[in-house]
Design a protein around this ligand. Structure first.
Ligand code: GLA
Length: 356
């Protein structure tokens, strides 16, 4: 029997920067997906999701996306990526257990992909597979079996994170660093439970708009221009493209500032950058919604809450709140009162994926 574990992630700063070859700050949360399984010796794939009361069957030689039990695509998609890379594997029995609420903005999907990739690497002895390649396998599953043209933030954060540290990702060079977080702070994730749009459609549309803006500016990616440079060339972009670009370029700048603030231990100033990030989501990227705005506004009024912003793709989902240890309950009460139906959880920065 083999068990693999992969945590969910929370994006601290750097919204929609990953596929623009930019900078992101993230953590792994202290909850995740555990896969328990055995190698069968034949071609069959059995996937069980007892929490959902569902199961799914397939075979290694006839891998295809599952139309009804779409949760299975996160695992099957990873298997397809192994095949694409010529990495041999055989039939497996796998059981999924998770204490990560799905749809809570914590990327339970990347956790499932990552746990699957770790399981297959270990069970079929692909020792040479690097952590970055495992992240790319998860991303490939998302692109080809799920249909979201995501960047690498979720998978990298789930794999490379360390307890008590923030993960600083350069999405051009894929250099990943862990930067210690000041003791005495907690993160509260507030899941609004709201989904306002067809998330994959909106997400992919935003990605195209960013790539279009970079093409118009004649640069490789929005990573290649800073806020002052963008304002000088503002007239070259359509009003909509300019707003999208302002968000991404501003986020890269905020991550660079925030990384220095982390080193200085200045969590108050760090939190201000989180509020600024959310404001930019509202004004520029238009990936927020009234419920997330109400959560961030409520957080601003709570003593000891340093910062709050939407985390992840947006269009509903969750906010992340940076709060002084001891002030979590007061914050949660304010958030749950501000948007009925909101579910909060407290997390520390945790270790990344591993074989148990
Ligand atoms: C989702 C995607 C990530 C990233 C974020 C926004 O979580 O999966 O790749 O683009 O949205 O920063």
């Amino acid at each position: 029997m083999i068990q693999s574990y992969a945590p969910g992630r929370a994006e601290l700063l750097g919204n929609h920067t990953d596929y623009n070859e930019g900078l992101v700050l993230a953590i792994a949360v202290d909850r995740g997906v555990t896969l328990t399984g055995t190698v069968r010796g034949d071609d069959a794939i059995f996937l069980a999701a007892p929490d959902m009361g569902e199961a799914c069957e397939g075979s290694v030689s006839k891998l295809a996306p599952e139309k009804e039990k779409t949760w299975a695509n996160y695992l099957l998609g990873v298997m397809a990526q192994f095949q694409k890379r010529g990495l041999a594997f055989g039939g497996v029995d796998l059981r999924i257990e998770s204490d990560l609420p799905p749809g809570a903005g914590l990327s339970s999907s990347a956790a499932l992909e990552t746990a699957t990739a770790f399981f297959l690497k270990h069970a079929f002895h692909h020792a040479a597979l690097t952590p970055l390649e495992l992240a790319k396998i998860g991303q490939g599953a998302e692109h080809e079996y799920v249909g979201v043209k995501c960047g690498l933030l979720d998978q990298i954060a789930s794999i490379f994170s360390k307890a008590g540290q923030a993960t600083v990702i350069d999405c051009r060079t894929f250099e990943v660093r862990n930067a210690p977080l000041t003791a005495g702070v907690s993160f509260v994730i507030a899941n609004s439970g709201v989904k306002h749009a067809l998330v994959a459609g909106e997400y992919n549309e935003r990605r195209e708009a960013c790539e279009e803006a970079a093409r118009t500016l004649g640069i490789r990616a929005l990573r290649d221009i800073d806020p002052a440079g963008l304002e000088k060339r503002a007239g070259e972009l359509s009003p909509a493209a300019l707003k999208r670009a302002r968000h991404v370029v501003g986020e890269n700048d905020r991550v660079a500032q925030a990384t220095r603030l982390l080193e200085a231990g200045d969590m108050k100033a760090f939190g201000q950058l989180m509020f600024a990030s959310h404001e930019s989501s509202i004004v520029n990227f238009e990936n927020s919604c009234p419920e997330l705005d109400a959560l961030v506004a409520a957080a601003k009024g709570v003593e000891g809450c340093y910062g709050a912003r939407l985390s992840g793709g947006g269009f509903g989902g969750a906010t992340i709140n940076l709060v002084a240890a001891g002030r979590e309950e007061a914050l949660i009460a304010a958030l749950e009162a501000a948007v009925p139906g909101t579910k909060c959880l407290v997390t520390k920065a945790a270790d990344g994926a591993r074989i148990l």
